[in-house]
Design a protein around this ligand. Structure first.
Ligand code: N01
Length: 545
């Protein structure tokens, strides 16, 4: 059921372009459009059989975005944002992919995209000042600029469990779901993983399966999505003042504007605070941002965070009939928000169904996949299908998977062995003319990705235009700027509750990965300002040559 290697129908070729963009997801497509607009020749390489990145691969039942459609859409073209009609508060994967296809056709992007083409390596030729890019189809492409638009959650991870090869049933990873889909009707199904992907797929598998067993290691905070069809009036009202909405989003913390809280959670009476949480919980227009932005210290103060964490635990106890199961589902080991909170539809309710069972694999760890199912330290289970909702080698995984070599042949993966080091999350010292869209050290996954993607793409486009107008050929972060930025990201993170949790933000889901908080948590508005200041100061912290 996993993706097979891409067919190698044609021989590799050798060519020169101004820029290679790796990945044809939301960031790669906009980067392509931007660079074409500057008059550059661009080759996009995409490993998938289709464009869309995250929304191409995550085709599992229930996959949908957790940022409201009108905020998640591209903002770079006023006609595009007016003409596209969203159908739901949180659109599903199919709709998002349809939107992405529309964008590719509307801006004539497809001729510049090579599908089924994985970039395997790229080496910086110091003499030529160009990147020599290799693909699994034998292509050699020489490019002045290399833009990694490979996504933050695009290297799926399976648990390190023995036995999968010999499993006789079907198995799937949510992040690499087969195009033809999967039918669980009447089957005995296991789901491993109870974070965003698991939370979305579990209720839908429960509707089909004869038996569903969920293997949970860490319970998560699941907030009701309260998804619904978008009514035309709401859509029209937002579109009428879209420019203003976008501006506010760009200047915000999470990339979705929300009135700034002036008080901490402990500064208000208990009943007032509880009323606020209740309002957000049941409000049809709620969002993760409305939950986390109600008070100004929820992600800074443990005491404040405990109030919202307890509120969610109380709701779980209300919904789940069996108190023991409710107890297992209540998160207690991390602050709400320190791991990505999940949006759910009928998630907790699903555990009231008689054919659904929850197994705590913190207590009874998974031991192996057997030919007929799964064995834990205590019990053996038989399954027809196993679904891994086990996540990704996040933020750096898709970057270090490519053999990228900078000056002196230094490998990016080696340079980052103790944790990623970047300047602004955009550039790496020793790797001239390499850009990482939403790379480590930028707000990326802590924000509405669309806002972060557009900001990076525009900044990179402007930097390349500036370079060209000055007649320079390379732009490279200085080691000093990179050191200072990496230190700054760490310091900002240390002032928050984020490092208090083991999470993919911290790299702890991948054995051996250094425990480093990777995104930049100061907010997209603050970050944008810093990036703009750097550019305005003649690309301070970069060496142009
Ligand atoms: O992956 P995850 P995800 N044995 O890494 C468990 C975005 N996203 O695909 O927490 C047992 O978060 C693991 O347990 P633990 C969103 O940003 C968004 O769900 O490590 N269990 C965890 O429960 C999200 O945060 C949307 O103890 C194992 C789960 O598998 C990000 O993608 C939807 C295990 C992995 O959770 C990633 O979400 C989907 C093992 N060996 C995704 N290994 C929306 O927009 C892992 N687990 C709504």
């Amino acid at each position: 059921t996993q993706t097979s290697p891409p067919p190698r129908q044609d021989a590799g070729n050798s060519r020169e372009v101004d820029a290679v963009v790796v990945g044809a997801g939301l960031s790669g497509l906009y980067m392509l459009h931007k660079l074409r607009g500057l008059g550059l020749s661009v080759q996009v390489c995409e490993k998938g059989e289709g464009i869309g990145g995250t929304w191409f691969w995550n085709r599992y039942p229930g996959a949908r975005v957790d940022v409201k459609s009108l905020d998640y859409a591209y903002s770079f073209d006023p006609a595009l944002e007016q003409e596209w009609e969203w159908t739901e508060k949180y659109p599903a994967q199919e709709e998002l992919l349809r939107y992405i296809d529309h964008v590719a056709d509307r801006f004539g992007l497809r001729p510049h995209i090579r599908l089924r083409t994985r970039v395997t390596g790229a080496a910086f030729d110091e003499e030529a000042g160009r990147w020599d890019v290799r693909t699994d189809r034998g292509d050699r492409v020489s490019a002045q600029y290399l833009v990694m638009a490979t996504g933050c959650l695009s290297a799926p991870r399976l648990p390190d469990l023995p036995g999968l090869d010999a499993f006789g049933g079907e198995w799937y990873h949510t992040g690499d779901w087969p195009a033809e889909g999967a039918d669980f009707t009447g089957k005995r199904v296991a789901v491993i993983g109870t974070a965003s992907s698991g939370v979305q797929i579990i209720p839908l598998i429960a509707e089909q399966a004869a038996q569903l067993t969920v293997f949970q290691r860490t319970p998560n905070f699941v907030i009701p999505a309260n998804n619904h069809p978008l009514d035309p009036e709401t859509q029209r009202a937002v579109k009428e003042r879209y420019a203003e909405v976008r501006k506010a989003n760009r200047e915000s913390g999470f990339g979705v504007a929300f009135p700034e809280a002036t008080k901490g959670a402990m500064e208000v009476p208990d009943d007032e605070r509880d009323a606020y949480y209740r309002k957000v919980w049941y409000d049809r227009d709620n969002s993760l941002v409305s939950l986390l932005s109600g008070y100004n210290d929820l992600i800074i103060s443990k005491e404040s965070n405990d109030t919202i964490a307890q509120f969610v635990r109380d709701r779980i106890a209300e919904v789940v009939d069996d108190p023991e199961v409710a107890g297992e589902l209540q998160p207690r080991d991390h602050p709400l928000g320190a791991k990505r909170p999940c949006l759910g539809t009928n998630y907790y309710e699903t555990y009231n169904l008689p054919h659904v069972r929850l197994v705590n694999v913190r207590r009874t760890p998974l031991a192996e996949i057997t030919p007929t199912g799964i064995r834990t330290s205590q019990e053996e289970f038989a399954f027809d299908a196993v679904v891994f909702a086990t996540g990704f080698d996040a933020i750096t995984g898709a970057l270090t998977a490519v053999d990228i070599r900078g000056r002196g042949g230094v490998r990016l993966a080696e340079k980052w062995a103790q944790g990623p080091r970047t300047y602004l999350g955009l550039a790496v010292a020793g790797f001239p003319n390499l850009f990482t869209i939403t790379g480590p050290g930028s707000p990326s996954v802590l924000s509405n990705m669309m806002v972060s993607i557009e900001q990076h793409v525009e900044w990179v486009g402007d930097a390349i235009a500036a370079l060209r107008s000055r007649g320079e050929r390379t732009i490279e972060a200085t080691p000093e700027a990179e050191d200072a930025w990496t230190r700054h990201v760490g310091e900002v993170a240390q002032a928050t509750l984020y490092p208090a949790a083991d999470s993919w933000y911290m790299g702890t889901n991948v054995p051996g990965k250094p425990r480093v908080f990777m995104p930049y948590p100061a907010g997209v508005g603050v970050y944008r300002q810093k990036c703009d200041e750097v550019a305005a100061a003649g690309y301070e912290g970069f060496r142009l040559a």
